[in-house]
Design a protein. Structure first.
Length: 99
């Protein structure tokens, strides 16, 4: 069975192309669910119409798809609730000079 932690570790390798911060610490990942070897990921982008959204989605699928024995990956993008700066982790805030 694939663990949520394993998926999250893979998602930490996906960087926002503009900010250079991983999408987990940016708060773009809203939910990770696993069932056997299948994974459901609910995430957002920094804003609707983000021109780099397709690149991030491809990387998410590539990184999670690299997990040994992975089954189906269901990636959903939502803008409800919309992303904002309050979702950024303290580590990412430090990297961005927001502390």
């Amino acid at each position: 069975m694939i663990s949520k932690k394993t998926v999250e570790d893979q998602l930490r390798q996906v960087l926002d192309p503009e900010l250079g911060i991983n999408i987990v610490d940016l708060g773009l990942i809203y939910k990770i669910s696993t069932s056997r070897n299948n994974v459901d990921i609910l995430m957002t982008l920094t804003f609707p119409g983000c021109p780099l959204g397709s690149i991030i989605q491809t990387e998410v699928n590539d990184k999670v798809g690299a997990i040994e024995n992975i089954g189906k990956i269901n990636l959903q993008i939502t803008f409800d609730p919309p992303w904002d700066l309050s979702k950024i982790s303290s580590e990412a805030r430090a990297e961005l000079g927001m502390v």
